[in-house]
Design a protein around this ligand. Sequence first.
Ligand SMILES: Cc1ncc(COP(=O)(O)O)c(C=O)c1O
Length: 426
Amino acid sequence: MTVPAEITDTRFSLSQAEIPSAWFNVAPHLSSPLDPPLHPATREPVGPDDLAPLFAGELIGQEMSADPWIDIPGEVLDVLRLWRPTPLIRARRLEAALKTPARIYFKDESVSPAGSHKPNSAVPQAFYNAREGIKRLSTETGAGQWGTALSFACAQYDLECAVYMVRKSFEQKPYRKVIMETWGGSVVPSPIDDPSNAGSLGSAISDAVADAMGRDDTHYALGSVLNHVLLHQTVIGLEAQQQLALAGETRPDVVIAPCGGGSNLGGLALPFLPDPSVRLLAAEPASCPTLTQGTYEYDFGDVQGLTPMMNMYTLGHDFMPPGIHAGGLRYHGDSPIISKLVHEGRMEAVAHRQKAVFEANVLFARVEGKLPAPEAGHGIASAIAEANDATEKNEERVILFNYCGHGLLDLAAYQDYLAGDLGEEP
Ligand SMILES: Cc1ncc(COP(=O)(O)O)c(C=O)c1O
């Protein structure tokens, strides 16, 4: 039974028994089926057999599934229970600082072992691969959050984990490597064949896919973009729906999340899609403005053109974004699901400059106490803009955003910002 919250509550928690037992599949809720991925060589639609060298059969099934709900295996729930359900927090001190009539809530995904939302998909991906007899996973990582999450997940099911980390982030965030190695992963900077290249998610994907294609015992794991990754992340939005009810809210007016490849955004926002009165908002970096300035067309997911082509917003698969601190948002493309929703006008998108993101992060840290990942700051900057707009219009807007990761391993970025050394991206 839900008991309405006291007026001063700031934390809305679910019991461990209330963790969602099925993922929400958005496919039946889209206006039309997604355009199929195309084979990189033949440009014909890819089928399950084309994907089998890279992905577990169960994940390929989920990628193409039209079932409205997909059960979460018990072995996956056992691991998710280490930190889920995550809290929903009402940011009352941020509201007070902004002097806004808006009510601001955030879902705190930073409480996971890896410090972000990424383990929500890393755990099921590792599980399904291990169950199929795969011994090793290869992957890319931008900021290091996904590689960290997959290293943790592989440790749960006795898999080896090979991580190709975007060189710029590898140099900016040395302690990420230590965490990955502590969980048993191995990490190399990417692109592996060009030490002078800062790299991007697109180039690291090429290295990771080439690794998996070269070995029978290895599959590839992608931390974002694909339908099954967004599916796994929907535990975030499903929990948030229950928690908003605990807080006495009928629904949010706007759901906001940072967007690199779309996984934390999809995870929070997609369960709200069926309600047309809920606005959905993607927040991206101005220096890698895929949704706000890219074109909607078929493109490769990686620099070398090894992956299937997907219909999505893209800046071009050879686009090399500037080395901003939000490494997880430096991706030329985007999830086909998110791209379709933006293309059809169901989801809005906004771009923020790096300095504005850090201003938002520092304000948030000072009033709410939490030190956000640079990626997370894009959502915070948007939430603040929404709250200020609500103030101007004197509206009691209910704002929900995803606090998708902490920044405790991103202190070099804060050091630069506090020293006035952040520079401004072009
Ligand atoms: C903390 C954090 N937030 C957001 C992202 C962006 O990815 P996605 O758009 O898939 O959530 C990343 C990617 O590494 C990340 O580490």
